[in-house]
Ligand binder design. Sequence first.
Ligand SMILES: Nc1ncnc2c1ncn2[C@@H]1O[C@H](COP(=O)(O)OP(=O)(O)OP(=O)(O)O)[C@@H](O)[C@H]1O
Ligand SMILES: [Mg+2]
Length: 317
Amino acid sequence: MGVEIEVNDLTKSFGKQLIWGDVSLTIPAGEICVMLGPSGTGKSVFLKTLIGLLKPDRGSIIIEGTDIASCSERELYEIRKLFGVLFQDGAMFGSMNLYDNIAFPLREHTKKSESEIRAIVMEKLDITGLIGTEHKLPGEISGGMRKRAGLARALVLDPEIVLFDEPDSGLDPVRTSFLNQLIVDLNAQIDATFLIVTHDINTARTVPDNIGLLYHKHLAMFGPREMLLSSEEPVVRQFLNAQKIGPIGMSEEKDADELAAESDQELPPLPPIPMQLEPSNGIARRSQREPGAWCREQGITPPPGSFEDNISMAPGA
Ligand SMILES: Nc1ncnc2c1ncn2[C@@H]1O[C@H](COP(=O)(O)OP(=O)(O)OP(=O)(O)O)[C@@H](O)[C@H]1O
Ligand SMILES: [Mg+2]
């Protein structure tokens, strides 16, 4: 279960505005990837391109031997059934209660009976901790519950790939922690491929197997979590450690004067690499490896204090 997504030289622009170019990466089957990047770098556009809602200018997206970028509408319709998507705002129908919202894809895309639908909806409500709220309207529940309801709906068709667009935006830190645990548990349980867009550095540092960073119209880096968290590459280092010092400025890139003014400032040392969040349901992650395995294989010394239990997860926290 869970399928690989292979992206080759993907380029997307709107009119004359290039959003990103020559993006190549392979999202491994069944693993969790996080995609990061400053606002407006085209993360949501990337997700929409992966499901064929937007057409790239060039490049390919290969899923189970089909190129999403060039396939027919019919093939696209079939491939889309592999996806579950959690949109940025949950995208619930405001006038439908949670039960009907979650049942919607089943009623729309399958010929299942109402009793079969009921069994599936109740199971998804159960795994997302929403039993008892099924008769509420989306406007009557908290933001965190709406996110979980969106997740329940993304799961009803048993997806092989789940895309999350900022699942943690607008959530308090405690709810974000619960949601992250739920995501890791679900990934282990359903063994689908997960791609998460987030601005939460703590999520990026602890949840994924792989991290990508979109910056300045290209993919600055993509690779195993330990690779990016031990990277000295200025943009990666600045972003993953939420620092002001570095090439990324408030609006776009810093200019030469700004960078020169910083050149005598000493960068703080890289913080320790935290342990990866483990599933709480006793099922191993598909790609579960010894902490520090990637660093050892590459002969890279991780920052002091890495992979010790109970280290603070957020830089500066
Ligand atoms: N349908 C569209 N037509 C034209 N331009 C678009 C369209 N969708 C997005 N854009 C532009 O593409 C750029 C990237 O937008 P996108 O929403 O992907 O950014 P993002 O990285 O998800 O940002 P954020 O972190 O704020 O969610 C923006 O400049 C946006 O205006
Ligand atoms: Mg976005």
